[in-house]
Design a binder for this molecule. Sequence first.
Ligand code: PXP
Length: 254
Amino acid sequence: MLKLGVNIDHVATLREARYRGRGKGEPDPLAAALECERAGAHGVTAHLREDRRHIQDRDVWQLRERIATRLNLEMADTPEIVDIALRLKPDSVCLVPERRQEVTTEGGLDAAGQLESLKRTCARFQEAGILVSLFINPDPEQIQAAARIGAEFVELHTGAFAEGFASTQLRDQELERLARAAETAHGQGLRVNAGHGLNYQNLPHLLERVPYLEELNIGHTIISRAVLVGISQAVREMLALMKGYALQEGPQRR
Ligand code: PXP
C-alpha cells in the first residue's frame, strides 16, 4: 500500500513568522502531526535545517516522543545534524542537500559526487537501526551511486515534474524520467519514495505512470489546503487520491 508521510515544516514556517526565537507559539507542529496521524497519515516528516528556519530542535524531540507512526527526519549530512539524528533516533532519515539561500530544498543530493562521505554516514545510521533514504534527482548515475552507498531507499525528486506540469511535453518527459528511475532503482534493490512539489492536481498523473512507489512525502500542498478545510480533511483528500495505487503490479491504470 502506498504510504503518505506528511511534511509538517510549513506549520513551523507559519509559527516562526510570528514567534521566532520565543521558544513557543502557534500553530504547533506536534498538534498538526497528531491530527495528520488521526486522519490516516502513515508517517510524519520534518526537516531540521542547519539554519533552523522552520522546524526547531524542540519540535523534533516532541515529535519523537509523541507520534505513534513513523518519524522521518530530513537532514543535511553535516556533523551537527548527524549527531542530533543519532541521538534522536528517527525511524528513518532522508539525506538532502542544503543551501542557505534556497526557499526550500531545490535539487537532489549529489550522491555520485559524495560517495565516500555518504557511505560513512549511511553506515553510522544503519548501525543505529535507522533506515536511510537519499533524496536524488531521477538520474541513472545518482541511482547507481545510492546503491553503492548502501541506502535502503531513494526518494525521487519530483520537483522538475511539478514545475513542468503545465506543459504536456515537459510533464510527459519528466514522468518518463521518473518511471525509468523507479524501475532502475527497484532493479538495484532500492526501495522507492518520491516527493517535492506534489499536489492534488499533479499526483494522479504521477501515480498513473511511475511504478514501485512505497511512500510519498508531501508538505506544502497539504498545509495550504489545510488553511481552507482543516488538516484532517486535507490529509484525507490526499489519501483518497493515493488509494488504488498498486505497488507490485506497477503503475496504476485509469
Ligand atoms: N521530500 C523532500 C526531501 C523535501 O525536501 C521536501 C520539501 O521540504 C518534500 C519532500 C516536500 O515537498 P513539498 O513541500 O513541496 O510537498
